[in-house]
Write a protein that binds this ligand. Structure first.
Ligand SMILES: *Cc1c(COP(=O)(O)O)cnc(C)c1O
Length: 373
């Protein structure tokens, strides 16, 4: 099935006795046992599994071409569960502009149990140089946040496969509609479902998708079920509802972002635009190879420095000054001030998540705010 069909039909797994066309929300935390102590409904206790989470996991595994998926209560805890599944002493090669929440986890939570290096993964030599005998995981984020770097998934996969290293990709910026890392050799894919998958800025969640149900996946599943950082049935219902329109929302986000990026590129107040769809983006060719479109979130740098960046985000009427991305409403933020003083993000960088408003209104708003700088 194509993604448009899969996201609508795969979620309707249960034909309730009442004849519901869409899946009801099952709030029960516990499920009946039969005379022999079995679980005739297939569920025992809702931390372990429940019908709404099962449906969500099946749709997400299907969309990203994996064998299985595990849903979590946030993107952060999805990544954290993967790090927890590694043996103590393992070494991780992570991207230099890794999503700051994950960088913070490695630096402050896993600093005693795991070793790691942050390298520019767009330069494969840097990845090769960082390899150690204890390297157990290469974690890639593409497109990356907030620099929109594109990492060559097939090249990283070749490097990892030669050495039996697990290769995982944070694919949040692309969503399962624009990029399927498993098709390029990734073992695991991670999404913050808070972003494009949720799409309406009203539900927090995360997911890991696996190419194979192997022993490492069993460790992750055990952490999910025994740890219990799982989304509740209502969160799963919201995500399943959102998934049904994901393909159409992604088309709108990508189309609007391409138009806005094109407008900004020619503007005198803009130093540069970091958008993988532009032919002069350093990894444009790789983006073309592994993505079906270039996404709805990008960054740009202002000629007037940090002052101009901070002024701009306060002069817009349609772009809400708020963190996060992937919602129907456009969001904009001065990224450095979100990440804090240790951040390497350029101070004149603004990140924009282009929503589904009419593009003419968005461009007019951006035009007036730039003119006021
Ligand atoms: C938001 C985000 C995360 C973290 O997800 P949460 O749902 O906020 O915990 C991880 N990676 C990327 C690229 C993100 O944008």
């Amino acid at each position: 099935m194509k993604p448009e069909t899969l996201s609508i039909h795969a979620a309707n797994l249960y034909k309730a006795a009442t004849g519901d066309v869409t899946q009801p929300i099952n709030l029960s935390t516990t499920f009946f046992r039969d005379e022999n102590g079995g679980y005739p409904g297939g569920h025992m206790y809702s931390r372990v599994s429940n019908p709404n989470r099962d449906a969500l996991e099946q749709v997400l595994a299907g969309l990203d071409k994996g064998e299985d998926a595990a849903a979590f209560s946030s993107g952060n805890v999805a990544g954290m569960s993967l790090f927890q599944a590694l043996e103590p002493g393992s070494h991780i090669i992570a991207p230099d502009d890794m999503y700051w929440g994950f960088k913070k986890q490695l630096l402050t939570i896993f600093n005693k149990s795991l070793a790691f290096d942050f390298v520019d993964q767009t330069d494969l030599d840097q990845v090769r140089t960082a390899l150690r005998p204890e390297t157990k995981l290469i974690w890639v984020e593409t497109p990356s946040n907030p620099m929109l770097k594109i990492t060559d998934l097939a090249a990283i996969s070749a490097l990892a496969k030669e050495r039996n290293i697990i290769f995982a990709c944070d694919s949040t910026f692309a969503s399962p509609l624009l990029q399927n890392p498993i098709l390029f050799g990734a073992d695991l894919v991670m999404h913050s479902t808070t972003k494009y998958i949720g799409g309406h800025s009203d539900v927090l969640g995360g997911v890991l998708i696996t190419a194979k149900k192997d022993s490492f996946w069993e460790r992750i599943r055990n952490i999910q079920q025994t740890g219990g950082a799982v989304p509740g049935p209502f969160d799963c219902f919201l995500l399943l509802r959102s998934l049904k329109t994901l393909s159409y929302r992604m088309r709108g986000h990508c189309e609007n972002a391409a138009r806005l990026a094109g407008f900004l590129r020619g503007h005198a107040q803009v130093e540069s635009v970091l958008y993988p769809g532009h032919a002069d983006h350093p990894q444009h060719e790789i983006a073309k190879k592994q993505m079906s479109a270039f996404g709805g979130t990008f960054s740009f740098l202002l000629s007037g420095g940090e002052t101009a960046a901070r002024k701009l985000v306060n002069s817009l009427h349609l772009f809400a000054q708020a963190t996060s991305l992937g919602g129907v409403e456009s969001l904009i933020e001065h990224r450095f001030s979100v990440e804090g003083p240790e951040s390497k993000t350029p101070r004149n960088l603004v990140r924009v998540s282009v929503g589904l408003e009419h593009i003419d209104d968005l461009i007019a708003d951006m035009e007036q705010a730039l003119a006021a700088l």
